[in-house]
Design a protein around this ligand. Structure first.
Ligand SMILES: Nc1ncnc2c1ncn2[C@@H]1O[C@H](COP(=O)(O)OP(=O)(O)OP(=O)(O)O)[C@@H](O)[C@H]1O
Length: 270
């Protein structure tokens, strides 16, 4: 069943790549809150997220994002400004400083300087602003990625495997940050385990089928059958919770950053 106001509504949507179905035609809805998307390497998570980000078109069927039909150019234009998408790898940014990276995103999102400064502060990046992205510890680097993704205060945020390469403790510290990025957040990961217990809904993608797990709080839940859904009315989604970024331990982040920069300065690399 699709909630009254859904961030993502797919109707008979199918996604193909490399000559096979990554998502067989299906109907489903993802409303406000955090949805986890787990699937093995090559299952099609990145392709599906890129489709939600409107970078790719579905092979068949219709996709509505934030109440806009992505099948027409007016809907596409309207919705793109309201999406924040962080791909799995953004190593192309490694040579940029944190503030350059966030400003670059802000330029394309038509966001002004005060908002850039505000987002750097909001993600506890003021101290790291002049540091090169490639030299940052993974968690601070992810914060920079999240800042660039959210500089325009999107309504829907799509994160492709954001915790890859992070230690469990660092990932756990960032969970409350991820939960409050936007009214609707979709987070992909290779396994359901790291997503269980804090996502509001948990899906798996395997062999072209998207399946919702019965209980996201359960550590190793058994998959259910394909989703059964019905059309939802168009319209903006409501804010799920206040968009406040909790910072669990800012001194620890600053310490890690200083250590990384010192190590980089000594020529040892990070
Ligand atoms: N450039 C490409 N050309 C053709 N087929 C591709 C291409 N990139 C990916 N594919 C196909 O799409 C499938 C899904 O890739 P995708 O990156 O979406 O999966 P994923 O679940 O995100 O995996 P990963 O975690 O490895 O990124 C791959 O298994 C491959 O068959």
């Amino acid at each position: 069943m699709i909630a009254g106001y859904s961030a993502i509504v797919a109707r008979g949507m199918g996604v193909r790549r490399g000559g096979r179905w990554l998502l067989r035609p299906a109907a489903f809805g993802i409303a406000e809150g955090v949805a986890g998307l787990a699937g093995q390497q090559g299952a099609g998570k990145s392709t599906l997220l890129a489709t939600f980000a409107t970078l790719r078109r579905p092979h068949v069927g219709a996709l509505e994002i934030l109440g806009e039909d992505t099948g027409n150019s007016t809907g596409l234009r309207a919705v793109r400004a309201r999406i924040g998408y962080l791909p799995g790898r953004f190593s192309w940014a490694d040579g940029m400083k944190v503030d350059e990276f966030v400003r670059y995103a802000a330029y394309y999102k038509r966001v002004r300087e005060p908002q850039v400064r505000a987002v750097l502060k909001r993600f506890e990046l003021s101290e790291a602003a002049g540091a090169e992205m490639g030299l940052l510890p993974p968690d601070v680097r992810l914060r920079a990625g999240l800042a660039a993704t959210c500089v325009h205060e999107p309504d829907l945020v799509l994160l492709d495997d954001p915790f890859a390469g992070l230690e469990a403790a660092a990932a756990a510290e960032l969970v409350p940050v991820v939960r409050t990025l936007a009214p609707s957040v979709v987070v992909a990961a290779e396994a359901a385990g790291p997503l269980a217990g804090w996502c509001d809904r948990l899906f798996t993608l395997a062999r072209g089928r998207l399946t919702e797990l019965p209980d996201a709080a359960c550590a190793d839940p058994a998959p259910m059958g394909p989703l059964h859904t019905e059309p939802a009315p168009a319209g903006r989604i409501r804010a799920a919770r206040p968009l406040v970024i909790p910072v669990p331990d800012r001194r620890r982040v600053a310490r890690r950053l200083r250590l990384a920069l010192l190590t980089a300065g000594s020529g040892a690399g990070v």
